[in-house]
Design a binder for this molecule. Structure first.
Ligand code: GRF
Length: 207
């Protein structure tokens, strides 16, 4: 089975990126990260990529007039490298319609809750865990899904539950969920690279 060319978009620390790097290094994922692109110059994930010999690129949104042009620049970088799978690993910008159309069925996102709870516009990062605590749910978790035109609305690939404890803070809950994310995202990437995911309407069938 040939290796899948992967392009990864980040905005922050890159611990999910690191979990994919590690799973490629240990042979668990039959893929190769060709480029990591960040919309934030200070994203530590760029350093993680460089340390692993992966092309790391900061693309400054201010250099472009529109979101459309910004996304076209990212697509240009991906096309140069024949990217076959796009992974959003803590990427905080919404993709353009053109981007989603071009890569439909080949964009994977990780979200730190059990979608459809605690997701959607403006619901990302630590805000998710604050909403979980404020609501008082007993169970939260992580979701890996394909990206469609909506926000956190694409077909779900994998989910795993995480217990919410009485004395949890945003930080303790975030860490517990992150540990699950670091297993779930590489697993989904592995399944994609092994061509074991089939989208049937809203369902993702794992062969
Ligand atoms: C993760 O919690 C992920 O679920 C969310 O953003 C965070 C990214 O963390 N989308 P990192 O940059 O991968 O460490």
């Amino acid at each position: 089975m040939s290796s899948v060319n992967i392009g990864i978009l980040i905005s922050g620390g890159g611990t999910n990126l690191q979990s994919i790097i590690d799973n490629i290094k240990n042979g668990n994922i039959k893929g190769e990260i060709k480029i990591v692109i960040s919309n934030r110059k200070d994203a530590y994930g760029l350093i993680r990529a460089e340390r692993s010999g992966i092309k790391a690129l900061y693309i400054d949104r201010k250099e472009f007039n529109t979101e459309k042009e910004y996304n076209e620049k990212i697509m240009e970088e991906f096309e140069k490298r024949n990217i076959e799978l796009v992974v959003l690993a803590g990427y905080l910008k919404v993709l353009s319609r053109g981007f989603v159309e071009k890569y439909k069925g080949r964009i994977i996102n990780i979200h730190p809750s059990l979608i459809p709870s605690f997701c959607g516009k403006g619901c990302y990062g630590e805000k998710v865990h604050q909403m979980v605590l404020d609501y008082g749910v007993k169970v939260t978790g992580a979701t890996v899904h394909f990206v469609d035109e909506g926000t956190d609305t694409g077909p779900i690939i994998l989910q795993r539950a995480v217990e919410v404890k009485d004395k949890d803070t945003v930080n303790t809950l975030k860490e517990r969920v992150l540990a699950v994310e670091h297993e779930l995202l590489p697993e989904a990437v592995k399944l994609f690279c092994e061509n074991r995911l089939t989208i049937e309407g809203r369902k993702v069938i794992i062969k």
